[in-house]
Design a protein around this ligand. Structure first.
Ligand code: UT7
Length: 309
């Protein structure tokens, strides 16, 4: 969907959306394509790239807030459809930080020796969860999925440090009020958008800039390197102004920050793996490079990871 499509739906303009967010287009999944379907496509491509089989995977973690079912997890849906005979599969509900939190969990499990090879996914069908009558939110979100395979290595490369943090006191700044056991759907539900994404955008904006900057700085410090050593920053793509403000706080030129928000909008947990994959395929990441990923989302929750490629 382009910004022109939204001009027909709500009182907005291409000029407002581009200047306030950096978004020009987003991808909307077909009606019969679910978040697990997208995740499976991403998983297949990641396993092809890693040269591993379904038997090799013993851990599947999907970050998603838009699973196919409330029960079971998307990861178990994938396991049933694709067949991972040796894996344990579960989801992480950490909104836009879901992929990075999944990576952090997988890194800990692999480092401890409990698991050997993990498939970590970020997948969202946010279009199902978006109120297309609310101009404050509808122009922002898109659908997508991305995945990585993680395994042990001895070369000094890989995940060097991760960081996760949350603050539940701001949970209603980005939430979906109706549809859970606190506020179940009732027969007289008004379809007023209260079961879709609701967001206090400008409040979140300030916290996102501060905490994404802190999270990025933390993993750099923990890995014992300096931000000058980092070749590429791959941030959550929620708003180009958030990313630019973060870069300014970290004294980074935008030439070291990967952006693809103009094509996809905010895809929540899919945002970082989509950006990482595009950066890699475009040759922006070379062996030995330090890459920092950082994300922030509803919870509020945020996290970061530093990898040596
Ligand atoms: O994914 C993880 C978490 N989410 C985020 O990180 C998102 C963080 N927040 C944001 O990205 C930005 O706050 C938004 C893009 C959501 C909004 O941008 P803003 O610069 O903070 O705008 P605002 O909410 O302060 O609204 C400014 C004006 C308002 O009009 P008035 O009250 O000044 O007359 C809004 O009603 O812009 C209006 N507005 C729009 N106008 C045209 C809000 N949405 C739109 C729109 N088109 N789509």
């Amino acid at each position: 969907m382009t910004n022109a499509d939204f001009e027909k739906l709500v009182d907005t303009s291409d000029e407002w959306i581009v200047s306030r967010t950096g978004i020009r287009e987003r991808r909307i999944a077909a009606d019969d394509m679910t978040s697990a379907d997208m995740a499976m496509e991403a998983a297949r491509r990641a396993m092809d790239m890693a040269g591993c089989t379904h038997e090799d995977i013993d851990l599947i973690i999907s970050g998603t807030v838009t699973p196919d079912y409330r029960l079971p997890s998307n990861s178990c849906v994938m396991q049933e459809k694709m067949g991972f005979p040796n894996a344990v599969a579960f989801d992480v509900v950490a909104a836009c930080a879901g992929f990075i939190n999944g990576m952090s969990i997988a890194d800990s499990y692999i480092s401890s020796g409990a698991h050997r090879r993990a498939l970590v996914i970020g997948t969202e069908k946010l279009s199902y969860f978006t109120n297309y009558k609310d101009r404050n939110t509808c122009v922002l979100f898109g659908d997508g999925a991305g995945a990585v395979v993680l395994e042990p290595c001895d070369s000094g490369s890989g995940v060097l440090s991760t960081f996760m943090k949350s603050n539940g006191s701001m949970r209603s700044w980005l939430w979906s009020k109706v549809g859970g056991s606190r506020n179940p759907y009732m027969a007289d539900f008004a379809f007023d958008g209260s079961d879709k994404i609701q967001m206090a955008g400008s409040e979140i904006f300030k916290v996102a800039v501060k905490e994404m900057s802190n999270a990025a700085a933390t993993v750099i410090k923990d890995a014992g390197i300096s931000s000058d050593d980092v070749s590429l920053f791959v941030p959550h793509q929620a708003n180009i102004r958030i990313v630019e403000a973060m870069a300014k706080r970290l004294h980074l030129g935008m030439d070291r920050v990967f952006l693809n928000i103009h094509k996809y909008g905010n895809t929540s947990s899919a945002s970082v793996p989509l950006a990482l994959d595009e950066a890699n395929r475009e040759g922006r990441i070379k062996p030995g490079d330090y890459v920092v990923m950082v994300a922030f989302g509803g919870g509020l929750i945020w996290g970061s990871a530093l990898v040596k490629w």
